[in-house]
Design a protein around this ligand. Structure first.
Ligand code: K1U
Ligand code: ZN
Length: 187
């Protein structure tokens, strides 16, 4: 298994629609395993393939609370086939939008159809944090960030801060004379 670098916004690869997986083969299973390792190390409760620069419809999640046994989930081609009429508000974070959090309103419960790591078709009924996290990760597959659910004022404020932080990082890398390919982010 390997830890993969996580892209941060603004990066054009985070805004692209990811391609469906044709077949859940060993390559997809290795991607799922590497993504889980990356997610646990971050740490996070979810990760979508575009966040590690892979344009495929693959997500991983684990919303088990501290003290509970791990509950890793590895899904390919997830799609929301039903969403509740009532909503839930959750303060969301994103590993691609580090150190910024905001309240996002989404359907309280969802039903998701997907393939598991053996390629078998599954249906997941979720509510609470799992429903929120599934919707956040499926958004990533469509090039949507939680920032896109906020007002343009809030979104632009966070994006400006992220750009400033990136520029500061790039300036420091240049000063330390690091080669360009050692820098993880692109604009
Ligand atoms: O997709 C991602 O960027 C991961 C993101 C998932 C998520 C968080 C909150 C609501 C919806 C989706 C994260 O995991 S951010 C980090 C985080 O929430 C967390 C980290 C450590 C412990 C507990 C939570
Ligand atoms: Zn995210």
């Amino acid at each position: 298994m390997a830890q993969l670098p996580i892209l941060t916004a603004p990066d054009p690869r985070l805004k692209k629609k990811a391609k469906p997986v044709d077949k859940v083969d060993d390559g997809v299973r290795k991607l799922m395993a590497d993504m889980l390792e990356t997610m646990y190390a971050a740490p996070g409760i979810g990760l979508a393939a575009p966040q590690v620069g892979v344009s495929q419809r693959v997500i991983v999640l684990d919303v088990a609370r501290e003290g509970e046994p791990p509950a890793p989930m590895k899904l390919a081609n997830p799609e929301i086939v039903w969403a509740s009429d009532d909503d839930n508000t959750y303060e969301e974070g994103c590993l691609s939008v580090p150190e910024h959090y905001a309240e996002v309103v989404r359907p309280r419960a969802v039903k998701v159809r997907c393939l598991d790591e053996t390629g078998a078709a599954r249906e997941i009924e979720a509510e609470g944090l799992l429903a929120t996290c599934l919707q956040h990760e499926i958004d990533h597959l469509d090039g949507i960030l939680f920032l896109d659910h906020l007002s343009s004022l809030k979104r632009n404020m966070i994006l400006r801060k992220l750009l400033k932080e990136k520029k500061r990082g790039d300036d420091k890398d240049a000063k330390d004379d690091k080669p360009a390919d050692a820098q993880q982010h692109t604009l």
